[in-house]
Design a protein around this ligand. Sequence first.
Ligand code: MN
Length: 328
Amino acid sequence: MTAPADQASFVAIAQALRAHDDYIVCGHVSPDGDCIGSVLGMTAILKALGKEVQPVVALKEPLDAALLSIPGAASLADVLEARPAATFIAVDASGDDRLGPAACALRQAARFTITLDHHEVSECQADIFHIDPSAPSATCLVWEVAKAAKVPLGVDLAGPCYTGLMTDTGRFQYQNADQRAFALASEMAATGINIAGISTAFYQSKTWAAVQMEALAAQRMELLGDGSVAFSFIAQEDMDRFCASYADCEGVIDILRSIGQVRVACILKARGDEVRGSLRAKDGTDVSAIAGRFGGGGHKAAAGFTLAGPLDEAIVQVKAALQEALGC
Ligand SMILES: [Mn+2]
């Protein structure tokens, strides 16, 4: 991968924030804790600078209870309802595919564009950007910008930033939970945020249907090859039976990877005419390369893809690809 050229310093981004006005802050499609945390954190910075800002996310599906537990998340507007603004900031997302068509149109309409991201990208279209794949979360970059902008580091900023860091590091358990992650978490904790409260609100807010989806996926789970790859799926009928939403299926993959000998977990979820695949690695396997075979992407330890067509065909195709890619 080639690093994008002309990476801006946090100070340069802070200066750009002061220089412009009328902002849209937008995250990626299928928003997660880091996406929502980055949008809310950046919004807090801009408000502290006295700027007009519309924080938006793609609300194609309603946010789940965990995401709604982040203070301010309930008031986020749908990207489809945003009015074009002079300045567009993309957080936790760089490419058109991650932003989705509605956000891309808003970015095109803006006169100045900024991107903060921690995903691998070969180029970045923004006027000014900071892309650091070694950053534990996008909210860490937002936090650095806040410090460079010299805005007050209060709980309204630290809360969402900590939530993004907590979720993208898998509660400080993944490979990206490095010294930097703990150092930044310590800075955020120093503001007086309620660490235990944030954790409880986020991780102990499952719905009954979500637990039913976990039970179902666990029951039909297959261990492929030598047993190091866990595979399962959720069909539309399963969701209908338990009145489960797509959000209710989000945590299912964690059940698959919790088994001792499993090093890679994969779940397929039917969504209308499409099938969405999620992949997680526990041992350093690069699952973004496997997702890439299906036109998807993500991080080394967590990636996803979307396939057109029926679930039964996707199951056969993905199982074969997993066995081939992982030699199991
Ligand atoms: Mn992220």
